[in-house]
Design a protein around this ligand. Sequence first.
Ligand SMILES: Nc1ncnc2c1ncn2[C@@H]1O[C@H](COP(=O)(O)OP(=O)(O)OP(=O)(O)O)[C@@H](O)[C@H]1O
Length: 365
Amino acid sequence: MPDTPDEGAIRAALASVTDPSSGRDIVASGYLRGVSVADGSASIVLEVDPARGSALEPLRAAAERAVGALDGIDAASVVLTAHTPAGKARPQSAAPAPPDLRPAKAQPPAGPAPMDGIGRIVAVASGKGGVGKSTVAANLAVALAAEGQRIGLLDADVYGPSQPRMLGVGGRPASPDGHIILPLRNHGVTLMSVGLMVGEDQALAWRGPMLMTALRQMLGQVQWGTLDQLIVDLPPGTGDVQMTLCQTVRVDGALIVSTPQDIALIDARKGVDMFRRMEVPLLGIVENMACFVCTDCGKVHHPFGEGGARAEAGRLDVPFLGEIPLDATVRRAADGGAPIVASRPDSPPAAAFRALARELTGQRA
Ligand SMILES: Nc1ncnc2c1ncn2[C@@H]1O[C@H](COP(=O)(O)OP(=O)(O)OP(=O)(O)O)[C@@H](O)[C@H]1O
């Protein structure tokens, strides 16, 4: 495995990329605002005139390719931010210090702390992939926002970020000073996702340390404002992201999503164990895809058996928070960028999500 190149090599690669509009390279143009390189991953911030943001997208992509082609770089991310009001593109020598993008491992270890301005942090987790954890997180966030709460949704499902698609938001978040990241907003929910920072597909190619850096940036650099609750959509399983989250910020409660199948319930148990070890209170288990209502006869069917998650919750001594029916409109709504709670508020699944939101709000009262 070749050594990770140093910052000088990254700058040299960027200097090989020319802005066709000026004929000058990226470094000479004064666009370069920050470089961070560690463990085969490089993050670069370019500060540009916001009016030229979309015109400079090819330049951004070319810079990413040039850095990504260096020996020893597995993942490169180049972000465009708007320049400071006073400046046009400045010569590099006149530029203020670049933002510090180094991984948080360089910082002294700190215990989990509450996040400023955020009332409660709720993690939505599952032992197994594909059980509908992201769907539950999105609908719960929209339902809580509809109750009048100030809600943020942090898509920490770094291996498969789907919240931008589910909430119907896109585009790169702005970073006016190269450090603070401005979240996006839709359906009353403030959203940030690693999928917005690097694109859904690219996130999959990132290596562990870079993902952890992205997660810490989303926790520390996103301007969430004042929130009643921040819902965190975790990746499935019990891995590094869960540990990093719980060690970095004080998670006030975890919600486990499971389907009724035995295998999902076995994995849900592992999730419960992990949160107990991390001393995160368990808010309860919600059973997704629990049943479906026959459109012909109106009868409720339980294709995977009935009562499994409720019984498991009893065995694990955690609250059972309710059932969400299996309903194709839930999937269609998520794929269309408007969760069912927003797009079909009168439907039975939307009512089930709202009941879940009320249950959680009731737990706090
Ligand atoms: N109650 C439901 N009824 C019908 N389809 C559902 C329901 N819940 C989720 N789905 C669909 O199931 C698929 C998986 O859901 P989702 O992406 O939320 O799962 P996940 O647990 O977050 O998966 P992963 O962790 O692997 O990203 C999606 O296509 C989603 O639209």
